[in-house]
Design a protein around this ligand. Structure first.
Ligand code: NI
Length: 325
């Protein structure tokens, strides 16, 4: 009798152990220099699922934190599927799908029930303009928020029903949180432009990481959302620094149209430069910093710029939307 009980208990413990092992999800301990994006891409899961799985309130993660890694994004082949049809179904390119599935020897030989890894969205590392032939353009404003030019720019954008992208400086966010909230509430995108408008060429990798994390934390504190966009002040940049930022989850955003507005250019000069350099997927660089008089040309040119670009057939998008293209 005792033996039976012993066998029963032992079996129970063994079975529990086996099942607990099977059910145990993969975990990962955050290392120094990690970003959520890097962890997600190394484990072939989407950033969104990683965030949801771990109920994260912020994308800023600290070394030593233990994350649960969700299962890979897998699709099981159904009757009538081809790789092409699967790529269409999930809106990924066929070549991306093939690249994510090195186990498939010949694309024509897939079978019902076969697991297919779905590629996660590929975020670009560095862009100067959108990768599109469509007449889309993104207006961008750097160095805010502040309370001199930002309200005027916002009013024009609202009046013209245009959504733009604002690359903000952490220190300014701290000083003008309500203005950042207003920008966000009016539907514009927010990007990271360092904490103190720093030339990142002069910073070490660790300093860059610290700087962008601090800035993004300030942005998140105000609007409750992360940003994946980064623009280096002065456009100053070393190639390898784009990798550092990419590993932190950022796409570095340059521009294809420099209005030169920061120099105090007149409205006509701003419009001429835009007209000469615009192309599909264009990213227009403008500013909203607080130097009285200096950006009068920007404000004066803006309604005309919007009208002229619309006349040429352009549609206004945020940089986020341009990247998703
Ligand atoms: Ni700047």
């Amino acid at each position: 009798m005792h033996k039976r009980i012993f066998v029963f208990i032992t079996s129970f413990i063994l079975i529990s152990l086996i099942f607990s092992n099977v059910a145990k999800a993969t975990t990962y301990t955050v290392q120094s220099g990690d970003s959520l994006w890097k962890i997600a891409s190394e484990h072939d899961v989407s950033l969104e699922r990683l965030i949801n799985k771990n109920k994260l309130m912020s994308t800023v993660i600290h070394p030593g934190k233990v994350l649960t890694i969700p299962d890979q994004d897998v699709y099981y082949v159904q009757q009538g599927d081809t790789l092409y049809r699967i790529s269409q179904k999930f809106e990924v390119s066929l070549s991306q799908l093939i690249k994510s599935n090195p186990q498939i020897e010949a694309p024509s030989k897939i079978y019902v029930g076969q697991p297919i890894n779905l590629p996660i969205d590929q975020q670009p590392k560095l862009i100067y303009s959108g990768d599109t032939d469509e007449k889309k353009v993104a207006l961008t404003f750097d160095d805010g928020p502040e309370d001199l030019y930002t309200p005027k720019i916002l009013e024009i954008l609202k009046d013209k029903n245009v959504k733009a992208t604002f690359f903000v400086v952490g220190k300014q966010v701290e000083e003008f949180p309500e203005m950042l909230k207003k920008i966000h509430n009016e539907g514009h995108s927010i990007g990271n432009h360092t904490w103190g408008h720093n030339n990142i060429k002069q910073l070490t990798d660790d300093q860059i990481i610290q700087n962008v994390q601090q800035t993004t934390a300030a942005i998140e504190h105000v609007i409750g959302e992360e940003t994946i966009l980064f623009r280096p002040p002065y456009g100053a940049f070393q190639d390898q620094q784009a990798d550092v930022l990419y590993n932190q989850g950022y796409t570095s955003v340059m521009w294809s149209v420099d209005t030169n507005d920061w120099s105090g250019a007149t409205a006509n000069e701003v419009l001429t430069r835009t007209h000469q350099n615009i192309s599909p997927g264009g990213i227009v660089l403008q500013h909203n910093f607080k130097v009285p008089g200096r950006l009068d040309g920007t404000v004066k040119a803006l309604p005309k710029m919007i009208d002229q670009l619309r006349e040429k057939g352009y549609e206004f998008v945020t940089v986020d939307e341009l990247i998703k293209n």
